[in-house]
Ligand binder design. Structure first.
Ligand SMILES: [Zn+2]
Length: 278
């Protein structure tokens, strides 16, 4: 949280100094104003604790709606891979929780406070660990970018949202979550959100020594499934839109990464998990 404030304040300071040292015209003043407005609309002013409170309330509600998969060979694998990515992510000072959902729909999603859910259907659909690692890293990217918190702030306003989250009577929070879920937009990310999460995801897998090419393979897997069984992809596509732009973006990012020896494409542990859930 602090780092966001620092980067914004230092950003403003840098802008201020640049404009003061240079020629300060009306036009540049207007641009500066616009930049500050854009920065403010992107600020999330909730503490990690507040974000976690919201995430926990969602998780409790979600547990009543879906069936979590409990085979520890599978859940421990997802947890280990996820936590390894988290350690090398850009937001590793909060606790993350990874859960596997027992459904054949192909999807993965994240909610504020570090809760990440992966459907069995997604683990069944991907071919290698590097594909799965990219998906997890992409979801971590939504937590890093605090995309849902920012969206909630825009919709409800800071004060109302804070009051609901901090209210001792948790029924207001439950109602908020029911309303958000009914509205169906909790996981609907913008193109910018998706671009940012893909960017974090590619870097994150590369940093832990997994091949970032898994991202491209994953998009290809989605195309194949879409031709074969489009209904299993409905949720994923409605929440994380797959534009051709996303594929070319990750391709370009990968091209720019320094060559690294021994990047892993797959693992025997992943294949063991695949056999178990076949
Ligand atoms: Zn996404």
């Amino acid at each position: 949280m602090k780092s966001i404030y620092y980067s914004i304040i230092s950003g403003f300071l840098a802008l201020f100094l640049t404009f003061n040292l240079g020629c300060f015209s009306l036009n540049t003043a207007r641009q500066l104003g616009n930049t500050i407005l854009e920065e403010i609309s992107d600020v999330n002013i909730f503490t990690d604790e507040e974000e976690l409170r919201l995430g926990k309330a969602f998780d409790e509600q979600h547990a009543r709606e879906v069936k979590f998969y409990t085979d520890t060979v599978v859940t421990n694998y997802i947890k280990d891979l996820g936590q390894n990515l988290v350690r090398h992510s850009k937001r590793n000072d909060i606790r993350y929780t990874f859960k596997v959902v027992d459904t054949n729909d192909i999807n993965a999603y994240a909610v504020p406070g570090g809760f990440i859910y992966v459907n069995l259907g997604l683990i069944r659909a991907v071919h290698t660990e590097s594909e799965l690692a990219f998906v997890l890293a992409h979801e971590i990217g939504h937590i890093v970018g605090q995309h849902t918190m920012k969206r909630l702030t825009q919709v409800y306003g800071v004060e109302i949202l804070k009051q609901i989250i901090l209210d001792e009577d948790s029924s207001k929070l439950s109602k908020l979550i029911t309303d958000i879920l009914a509205a169906g937009w909790l996981f609907k990310y913008s193109r910018d959100n998706e671009r940012e999460s893909d960017f974090y995801g590619v870097q994150n897998v590369y940093d832990i020594g997994i091949s970032p090419e898994g991202s491209i393979r994953f998009f290809e897997t989605l195309k194949q499934v879409h031709r074969r069984e489009p209904s299993t992809l409905e949720k994923l596509i409605s929440t994380h839109p797959v534009h051709s732009e996303r594929i070319s973006n990750v391709r370009n990012q990968i091209k720019g990464l320094p060559p690294k020896f021994g990047l892993q494409v797959d693992s025997s542990r992943f294949q063991q998990v695949k056999r178990r859930i076949r």
